[in-house]
Design a protein around this ligand. Structure first.
Ligand SMILES: *Cc1c(COP(=O)(O)O)cnc(C)c1O
Length: 416
């Protein structure tokens, strides 16, 4: 059966060898999954989820009991005041955009303290010109770069003492960069500093790919608003779209009135039959995240053993579900990505090739044989065609499917 799937004994043996070395690490991931499952189940119990909550509304979406219960559950899990969990968000970027536009006003300053934010925010902020950007509304943007993968605490303190900063954005996951992702302890440390120097500054976290990787979320260490996508971790591979914003009540009100209408906010927004998916996706999320982590760690060790540079290494603490694979070879990046596609359940017969994606300076190759378009809690892999030819791999709804996909990809680079 393995050879029918295109996996040689060599790759299979390498996988077995790595897997047996990873037992202890996998056990520690199981423990985190257990705690996060408990968090979810407790919230479901507390909010008394029942079958009636699966019913959706249409039209304006008044009195959507399921939607309201989902938002209460998110507030419980994030231990915060309020939540906005909506399928009207078309992506994580959309939710980040809504959060930024809801808080920032002309002449306000937005400060990023981990260097340049995620690529798709360039036109939102106005780093790349756009007539609808924050910049076009007179909102200033500043950034402070990381030093040695940590915040530049001195520079941040100096800037905050200089003049008022309305909002600080912290992006935990690395995006298309080579820096390390930012763990919850560092987030806590820097928020403590920010709140000491400038208590009125709003701290917003881009939490994409980080949910349930650890047992604490940023709202538990002082973040005012936290944002993420439902076609990543918290959708558990079941939510077909959507995103969330959680945090302080007044800020969620602002965000809801930017997403919908001033004066209506959270009271409207039809769910049209999606409540069950959002609930079931959240229910499965701790397990999907654990499977994704195991898939990433297995790939990290297997690739290291065949001489390919990886970040993080298999035994490093994980902050997100993303695995960087530094091929330093264009052909290998392409072959690996094509292997991930071939090991996917959907469109396995399609061969991805590099293409000119809107919004990117380099060509990009992407493998995403997923049930939900662009879902990256499902096994997926992409990389810009530029040196040092890094693949960004993430997801894996179950560890076994993730493992098979990784073997298929590795076969494609060592094969013959
Ligand atoms: C995925 C992601 C986003 C949002 O991307 P969408 O594709 O718009 O959902 C934002 N920031 C980071 C770090 C991400 O990984």
């Amino acid at each position: 059966m393995y050879s029918e799937f295109g996996i040689s004994d060599k790759t299979l043996n390498l996988m077995r060898e790595c897997e047996s070395e990873l037992k202890e690490i996998f056990t520690s991931i199981d423990k985190i999954e257990e705690i996060n499952s408990l968090k979810v189940l407790n919230a479901f119990k507390k909010e008394k989820v029942e079958v009636a909550h699966f019913n959706g509304t249409t039209g304006y979406g008044y009195n959507d009991l399921g939607r309201d219960v989902i938002e209460k559950i998110y507030s419980d899990i994030f231990k915060c005041e309020d939540a906005l969990v909506r399928t009207q968000f078309i992506s994580g970027t959309h939710a980040l955009t809504v959060a930024l536009f809801s808080v920032l006003r002309p002449n306000d300053t937005l400060l990023s303290i981990n260097g340049k934010p995620y690529d798709t925010l360039d036109e939102v902020i106005g780093i790349t010109d756009n007539n609808s950007s924050l910049k076009s509304f007179g909102i200033n943007y500043e950034q402070i770069d990381l030093v040695d993968n940590d915040f530049n605490y001195k520079e941040i303190e100096k800037r905050l003492k200089n003049s008022f900063v309305k909002l600080i954005e912290i992006q935990r996951s690395k995006g298309y960069s080579t820096r390390k992702s930012i763990d919850i302890d560092r987030v806590e440390k820097v928020i403590n500093l920010i709140k000491k120097v400038s208590p009125e500054t709003i701290v917003m976290i881009d939490n994409c790919y980080c949910e349930f990787v650890d047992t604490k979320e940023p709202t538990e260490v002082g973040a005012d608003i936290v944002v993420g996508s439902l076609i990543k971790n918290l959708g558990g591979g079941i939510a077909s779209n959507g995103a969330y914003i959680v945090g302080k009540k007044n800020l969620i009100k602002l965000a809801s009135e930017r997403l919908t209408v001033p004066g209506e906010g959270k009271e409207v927004g039809p769910t049209m039959g999606m409540n069950k998916q959002l609930l079931q996706g959240l229910f499965l999320s701790p397990s999907a995240v654990a499977s994704s982590l195991k898939t990433a760690i297995l790939a990290s060790l297997m690739l290291e053993k065949i001489g390919i540079e990886v970040e993080p290494k298999y035994n490093e603490k994980r902050v997100d579900i993303v695995q960087n694979i530094i091929f330093k070879d264009k052909e290998k990046l392409i072959k690996y990505t094509q292997g991930i596609q071939a090991g996917s359940p959907i469109d396995s017969f399609v061969t991805p090739i590099p293409w000119d994606m809107p919004g990117y300076n380099d060509q990009v190759i992407m493998a995403s044989g997923s049930f939900t378009q662009g879902s990256s809690i499902e096994l997926s892999c992409d990389g810009p065609i530029r040196e040092p030819y890094i693949a960004y791999m993430q997801g894996g709804l179950t560890y076994n499917y993730g493992k098979l996909g990784v073997m298929k990809a590795i076969e494609n680079i060592i094969g013959e």
